[in-house]
Ligand binder design. Sequence first.
Ligand SMILES: Cc1cc2nc3c(=O)[nH]c(=O)nc-3n(C[C@H](O)[C@H](O)[C@H](O)COP(=O)(O)OP(=O)(O)OC[C@H]3O[C@@H](n4cnc5c(N)ncnc54)[C@H](O)[C@@H]3O)c2cc1C
Length: 158
Amino acid sequence: MVINEMTEKDSGAFLANASLGRLGCSLNNQPYVVPIYFVYEPDYIYVLSTFGQKTEWMQRNPNVCLEVDEIMNQSQWMSVIANGRYQELPEPQYTSERDHARTLLAKRHSWCQNALAERQLKLGDDSIATLFFCIHVDSLTGLCATGESAESGNAAQK
Ligand SMILES: Cc1cc2nc3c(=O)[nH]c(=O)nc-3n(C[C@H](O)[C@H](O)[C@H](O)COP(=O)(O)OP(=O)(O)OC[C@H]3O[C@@H](n4cnc5c(N)ncnc54)[C@H](O)[C@@H]3O)c2cc1C
């Protein structure tokens, strides 16, 4: 298997085509990871979110990351990590950013169902409060595994 580092440009292109990632945050030396839907455009990740542990923790410690991967098989996969800073987008200061995030997120299939369904299960309330937040992306790294190397392929044939 050959593993290559992806360029920042390729990592960004990968994120732009993805929609589900794992959001990582931490507080008091305790990591916390949850799946979320997102949209990426250069330097920003937008999310529609419910309130809860993740938003409380990110308010207190805005240093977060998002991991996204695509796994074709054990030796063919891509994995990208974005590190950045959490920022809520409340009304009315961020109306245009919220509209922008809403427009981008609305292009995704069933973009809000998972966020709301989880809350409704827990709280039994149909009027669940939501917020938009963004992550200011500070760094992007990516790894790409492209299958067996020519040498190992030849060795296997011998
Ligand atoms: C495919 C998918 C897409 C999703 N997309 C979004 C999204 O776009 N926006 C969004 O806000 N949420 C989304 N969710 C739900 C999200 O993963 C969290 O479950 C939810 O946001 C609640 O997180 P919280 O920290 O606010 O929960 P809290 O209720 O505050 O968490 C309390 C405790 O519940 C447990 N818990 C919470 N969530 C999970 C979980 N997912 N798995 C296991 N245990 C859990 C943890 O132990 C946590 O300590 C998605 C879930 C899935 C599966």
